[in-house]
Design a protein around this ligand. Structure first.
Ligand code: COA
Length: 576
């Protein structure tokens, strides 16, 4: 079928649904929801058999839904209606939630139901639940709905579908407000989770209004004499704040008219005066706390495997974070393990350089161009450290999505194992035609060929985990379920470390690296890439700075990129 996606943006959920339907042979084209006239024009051009709205912020115009079947992907259980579905589910502690695919009609979210899928809730931010459980459920329900539609099936009227959901209003800041004197840590975590990544909880830090994001529990620090609501201390980029019954960590904040930033950067002067609350080295703490980089080890017979986790908010890796991660990597190298697994974070493995930190960089000799330069060098240093690791085998275990430089940073490891369902965006051009670095020019062609590499960069389309492995970009696609993926990774790492030919494999790796270095040193690959990046950052073409400005401020799209809106291709014709 020809399926038109009408969507607010090409976010990870939309990408996943696009991949699922394309893989089933459907021709999918995308139009961003700019205004009614543009949507009508897209329908006219593409003449779709079916319209799908994976992520819309307003109603589909009547002239479209009255003439075409339009399927809405609603992140709520059957019967749930309203724009804050997941927000309410988290804040009210629902044990189970779901996604419903319903048909658009005059009343929002009240059309007949084509399919639905349920999932158990867990503690986590709205964005995390959306990217993981809700995305899996949406993929399952949409495929079911599309299959049913193709077979001439009919949806079930909402009144007959016996859902327990109900109409909920938009969640307002008054519903989200934290009462620091009375609210327990658990209540505060839930409120911030329900508002994360957008819109955050309107609150204050150091007497300044701001929005709070990225909350973490703290199990052992009690608030002592500190009154609830006061800041106890800081750790790297996070602030510890007293609650009525303990304390919680606040990882990110957005000041009025500012962009979302690590909390200690958003309030740099104030945070600098706070006591630092360090952890003891890189070892994973045995209790709940804020720890962005943590190391674990598993003994396998006489050998051991190291697991290095780096859970950076939104997968964005700033200059200091790259530096700390490199220090942690070098420390992990000094352990007597034979295999080191780079685990990334649960939601993202890495999305490359930190565009928000770059955007806010200011001062003498330190504007966004300088910070971009510092950041790309810091991430390249990290990639180079991984590439030069010659006494262990390294594995990147990509369990969360990865984008741009993050995809190539993973490739710096000897093996890349990716969780089924992960969405990858291994290209840079969407960010104002960035050339990219992280040694992609060295790493990509041997895996996918020179033409394959050029195609990946040129197409600017997402890649599924399976496609990445089929193309040879990554090495293995493992279980889709997070827990099963971790078990799979541990099992494979154990096999790797215990393999009888381990020493030969390691020797081959050294030989290959030495031959590569003799043919063309890493320094030369890096210098060539950075030469192009320097032009992106400091040259007269401001595309990257403009694209970044819009990206961090989330400027709504004013047109759909041509590589997504295939119906707008000049040569595109409705097939006979
Ligand atoms: N720096 C800072 N923030 C980033 C980021 C980066 N490199 N990549 C993603 N984010 C943030 C987004 O702004 C968004 O923030 P929010 O919490 O305020 O909503 C959040 O991460 C999730 O991103 P989103 O775009 O909604 O996620 P997605 O899963 O739908 O899309 C990508 C993933 C990778 C396609 C998209 O985020 C992207 O293009 N990122 C930029 C990658 C890049 O160009 N990096 C620089 C070159 S190395």
């Amino acid at each position: 079928m020809r399926i038109l996606f009408l969507t607010h943006s090409f976010n990870s959920l939309t990408q996943r649904l696009y991949a699922e339907l394309s893989a089933r042979g459907h021709e999918v084209s995308i139009e961003f929801d700019i205004n009614d006239a543009v949507a009508e024009q897209a329908v006219e051009l593409f003449r779709p058999d079916l319209i799908v709205a994976p992520y819309l912020r307003r109603a589909i115009p009547e002239c479209i839904w009255s003439r075409h079947v339009c399927l809405i992907v609603h992140p709520g259980i059957v019967g749930d209606r309203g724009p804050s579905a997941l927000d309410w589910a988290i804040q009210e502690g629902e044990a189970e939630w779901g996604v419903t695919v319903l048909q658009a009609e005059a009343e929002m979210d009240a059309g007949p139901v084509w399919a639905s899928a349920a999932f158990p809730m867990r503690r986590g931010s709205k964005a995390s639940l959306y990217r993981n459980e809700a995305t899996e459920a949406a993929a399952q329900a949409l495929v079911e709905a599309v299959t049913k539609f193709a077979a001439g099936g009919k949806p079930t009227p909402l009144a007959e579908s016996r859902g327990r959901g109900r109409l909920r209003p938009l969640m307002r800041q008054a519903d989200r407000a934290i009462d620091w004197r009375r609210d327990s840590s658990e209540t505060i975590l839930r409120k911030i989770d329900a508002a994360d990544g957008f819109p955050g909880v309107a609150d204050e830090l150091f007497g300044e209004p701001c929005h709070l994001f990225d909350a973490w529990p703290e199990a052992i620090v009690s608030r002592g004499d500190t009154p609830p609501g006061a800041i106890i201390g800081r750790r790297e980029t996070a602030l510890l704040r007293a609650t009525a019954d303990g304390a919680v960590w606040i990882g990110h904040a957005k000041r009025k008219d500012g962009v979302k930033l690590p909390a200690t950067v958003a309030f740099a002067e104030e945070s600098a005066k706070l006591p630092e609350l360090p952890l003891d080295g890189w070892w994973a703490a045995s209790y709940a706390t804020w720890q962005d980089i943590r190391y674990e080890e598993a003994a396998i017979g006489e050998n051991a495997v190291g697991f290095l986790h780096f859970d950076f908010y939104n997968g964005a890796m700033g200059t200091a974070q790259c530096g700390r991660l490199r220090a942690a990597f070098e420390w992990a190298r000094s352990r007597t393990t034979r295999v080191l697994v780079l685990m990334g974070g649960a939601d993202f493995w890495s999305n490359g350089i930190h565009l928000n930190l770059i955007e806010q960089a200011e001062g003498d000799n330190c504007g966004p161009a300088d910070e971009s330069w510092a950041n790309i060098n810091a991430i390249d240093d990290l990639a180079e450290a991984i590439l030069r690791c010659d006494d262990k085998l390294t594995v990147a275990a990509v369990r969360g999505n990865a984008g741009a430089g993050g995809c190539f940073l993973a490739r710096a490891a000897d093996q890349v194992w990716v969780r089924d369902g992960v969405m990858l965006n291994p290209h840079y051009k969407n960010m104002g035609n960035l050339y990219g670095s992280e040694f992609w020019t060295y790493l990509l062609p041997p895996r996918v060929g020179a033409e394959g590499a050029a195609a990946i960069m040129r197409q600017r389309l997402p890649m599924t985990a399976r496609q990445a492995v089929a193309q040879g970009f990554y090495d293995a696609c493992l279980a889709g379920d997070h827990a099963a993926f971790r078990v799979d990774v541990a099992r494979r790492a154990a096999e790797l470390v215990a393999a009888p030919d381990f020493e030969t494999t390691l020797r081959d790796k050294r030989t290959r690296r030495a031959a590569d270095e003799a043919a063309k040193p890493l320094a030369a690959w890096r210098a060539e890439e950075l030469d192009r990046m320097r032009r992106n950052f400091y040259g007269f073409d401001p595309s990257y700075h403009v694209a970044r400005w819009h990206f961090v401020r989330k400027t709504p799209a004013s047109w759909t990129p041509r590589h997504l809106a295939r119906h707008r291709d000049l040569g595109w014709k409705i097939p006979d």
